[in-house]
Design a protein around this ligand. Sequence first.
Ligand SMILES: [Zn+2]
Length: 114
Amino acid sequence: MDLFRAPPPPTSATSPSLSTFEPVSGPPAPIAPKRVCAVCGGPLRAGARKEARSCSGKCRIIACRQRRHSHLLNRLAVAEAALSAAAEAVAALRPIAAQGPHVTASLAVSGGGK
Ligand SMILES: [Zn+2]
């Protein structure tokens, strides 16, 4: 009788802390079990392709436009960065150029006269 009562103490003391550390309901799945439309949030059809992210042709077109728009925004950001860099270069060169041909010749500005 005592043998059946004896075992629990040491193991039961440590196991609860482990079970609270790890969620009992199961770890969150890395892949979302339910796939939803990236545009409207509606459920995707069961037969949808693995790479499909929209529920219908309408949502697919909207997603395509959004993707194109974000691509455009990226290009715009790149162009703006290049423009500001060019503006800085102009701002740096302008005072040198304003000092006249003798100064620019002595400075040997890169890309200058050969
Ligand atoms: Zn949709």
